[in-house]
Design a protein around this ligand. Sequence first.
Ligand code: SF4
Length: 219
Amino acid sequence: MEAKAKPKYSPILDLFNRLKHHYGPSGWWPGETSFEIIVGAVLTQNTAWSNVEKALESLKTSQLFDLASMHKANIKHIATLIRPAGYYNIKSKRLKNLISAITKTSGKNLDKFLALDLAKLRQILLKVNGVGKETADSICCYAANQPIFVIDTYTKRILSRHKLIEDSCDYDEMQRLFESELPKNVQIYKDFHAYLVFIGKEFCKKTNPQCDKCPLKDW
Ligand code: SF4
């Protein structure tokens, strides 16, 4: 009888399994609805999540928290409401641009927009001024539940410090690495990205990484 070939070792899958064992279900992305995830993905650019939460709360209490109301709302009014998230003039424009793109494509039907073919959805999002790959992929993965892996600064830092990638590795190369080594499963993608953010925020800081306390210290 022929011996079965040993499955090839995948450091990416190993990393996922370790983090899953440590953290369990991530509960990400924080947000009750797809619309909240989309707005949060724009507001979180260059700011801490605690500030985003204040801006989201302010939008919710002003009764502006749906596609049609935000589409109609005055941009200056939106800017005032999202002030706690920082860069509020830029972010209000980005939100308006994004909402215009959604309504132009699918009317007031956000579910229809999010159900577009992944490549098409990503292409539309990337054409929106102020929406880069990380924001577009966050929306595709967490709001649209489509299988695309989100890359961010934490991902690069952790992989680079563990010598899994060269410093020159770009967004697309890292995304291909994750997607080629993981099962094509949106829940795995969601949890894994969240775990990397948890590690990056708590331990793998830009300066003074806390390796002695980190769940990846022996990895
Ligand atoms: S902080 Fe954790 S992830 Fe970062 S280098 Fe140290 S052990 Fe690795």
